[in-house]
Design a protein around this ligand. Structure first.
Ligand SMILES: *Cc1c(COP(=O)(O)O)cnc(C)c1O
Length: 470
């Protein structure tokens, strides 16, 4: 629509200049009233205001305004997408921990536990035997201690909050040493230097982007140094001529200087087990290497809900717990319920109960089998739907550079970007990969139970696409 308007403007509009309708007139119109009854007047009014602002801006550029019906239809679509809330989607991107799509899908039991906690009353902060007030994260923290052997644990709202709290508690007004190679940005909104600044700590950059040595840290220590911070460069990997001290070397530097060593692990692998690449740090290993505190997310490799987890020295955790920011970044009861469930699964050794680990560990041959089923279901309707081998990704800032052998189905499209857009906005909604001459559905992140829906979505998108191309 926008493009059609633009073209008309360029060629000079033959139509007489229409007036832009008023907000009131639109709300009073018959379709306006119907839409207000469906979505509520405040939401429709808000949507119409936004659409009218766009129309006015377009008119100022010489684009004639759309008909009232068309304008209302755009506002109704906006109100509808807002009112409908989150939409379930099929993740055919092959990115297991896709931040845009909500990172870790919860196991059924954890989702149910969260729903129960949300629906009714729970013993969130009371001890049922004594009636005394307790802490909402006690159970989750005990599970974390049992799983890692850490001295103490603290659960907050997310990984960034855990790091912010640690820095504000231990380093406000003082210096924090970080390697230049670790001043990372994740997803465009999480930047280590910004978190440091927000905490009131002063960043001292150590070494160079590709090489930082123990001596660089020693040379940067002053009496104003509050702590040494190591950040797992979780969404990229510096390759080639590189050097970085190990966690145990940094723990040594910090211990010698009498300051804590904090390791931001990001991805939250609790412990090592076969099949996980050697470079991925685990909480247990980092603590054994001498980290005074480790922080990580709950919704990455832990496979749980959004949460920030801190493990380590009891005296430091106790100070963090008392800080005002801890209250400001506490977890919600539904997060608590889901996290407890996921940690209990880890405690029972039921890693494959967690969708994230099922997807990460599934043999490629099984993924290929689903790709063949999809291709067969599309056969005859879709020109050249073929099974291809591809690489899935862990995502979410975990296991950078680590690719998972995977299989997908690629279908050709004249305009792959438009095809992907049709798939996203369809029902069910599908997110896939765009290739040079088509779209690719990576089956590593699509379950067998989702295949019928995926087939339906692809058929629907292709019908629309044919019309577009006709
Ligand atoms: C993901 C990540 C964070 C942020 O965690 P959130 O739970 O998204 O707030 C912080 N540090 C590292 C190294 C990460 O990978």
């Amino acid at each position: 629509m926008a493009r059609a308007g633009g073209e008309r403007a360029e060629t000079g509009s033959p139509e007489p200049r229409r007036k832009i309708p008023s907000l009131d007139a639109l709300l009073r119109s018959e379709p306006g009233r119907r839409a207000a009854a469906t979505f509520g007047r405040p939401l429709l009014k808000h949507a119409l205001t936004a659409v009218l602002a766009e129309v006015r801006a377009a008119v100022a550029r010489g684009v004639p305004p759309p008909e009232d019906d068309e304008l209302l239809a755009v506002a109704v679509a906006l109100a509808s997408s807002t009112s409908g809330g989150l939409t379930e989607v099929i993740n055919a991107t092959g990115v297991v921990l896709h931040t845009g799509l909500g990172r870790a899908p919860l196991p059924e039991g954890a989702a149910e536990a969260a729903a129960r906690a949300g629906r009714g009353y729970t013993d969130l902060e009371v001890d049922r035997s004594t009636g005394a007030r307790g802490r909402r994260t006690n159970r989750a923290e005990r599970l974390l201690l049992s799983l890692t052997g850490a001295e103490d644990a603290l659960v907050v709202n997310n990984g960034a909050a855990a790091l912010l709290l640690a820095l504000a508690t231990l380093a406000r007004g003082k210096q924090v040493l970080v390697s230049r190679g670790e001043l990372i940005e994740i997803g465009g909104e999480f930047r280590i230097p910004d978190i440091l600044a927000a905490s009131g700590a002063k960043l001292v950059e150590v070494g160079t982007t590709n090489r930082t040595r123990v001596a660089d840290y020693r040379g940067a220590l002053t009496e104003r140094t509050a702590l040494v911070l190591k950040v797992h460069p979780s969404n990229y990997r510096v390759v080639g001529f590189t050097a970085a001290p190990s966690a145990s070397e940094l723990a040594g530097v910090a211990r010698h200087a009498g300051v804590p060593f904090i390791y931001d692990l990001g991805s939250g692998l609790l412990d090592r087990f076969p099949g996980v690449p050697a470079e991925e740090p685990s909480a247990v290993r980092a603590l054994a290497d001498g980290a005074d505190l480790v922080v990580f997310s709950g919704d990455k490799l832990l496979g749980g809900p959004q949460a920030g987890i801190v493990l380590g020295r009891a005296d430091l955790v106790a100070r963090m717990r008392r800080h005002a920011i801890a209250r400001a970044v506490r977890v919600d009861k539904m997060q608590v319920a889901a996290l407890e469930h996921v940690l209990a699964s880890w405690a029972r050794g039921e890693r494959d109960e967690l969708p994230v680990w099922r997807m990460l560990r599934e043999p490629a041959a099984e993924v290929r089998h689903r790709a063949e089923l999809l291709a067969a279901a599309l056969d005859g309707e879709v020109d050249g739907a073929q099974v291809v081998s591809c690489s899935a990704a862990v995502g979410g800032g975990s296991l950078p550079g680590e690719e998972l052998a995977s299989y997908g189905v690629e279908i050709r499209a004249l305009d792959p970007t438009a095809m992907a857009a049709r798939l996203r906005t369809g029902s069910p909604s599908v997110f896939c990969r765009v290739t040079e001459d088509g779209v690719l559905f990576d089956l590593r992140t699509v379950g067998g139970d989702e295949l019928p829906d995926l087939v339906r979505a692809i058929r629907y998108a292709l019908e629309g696409h044919d019309r577009l191309d006709a």
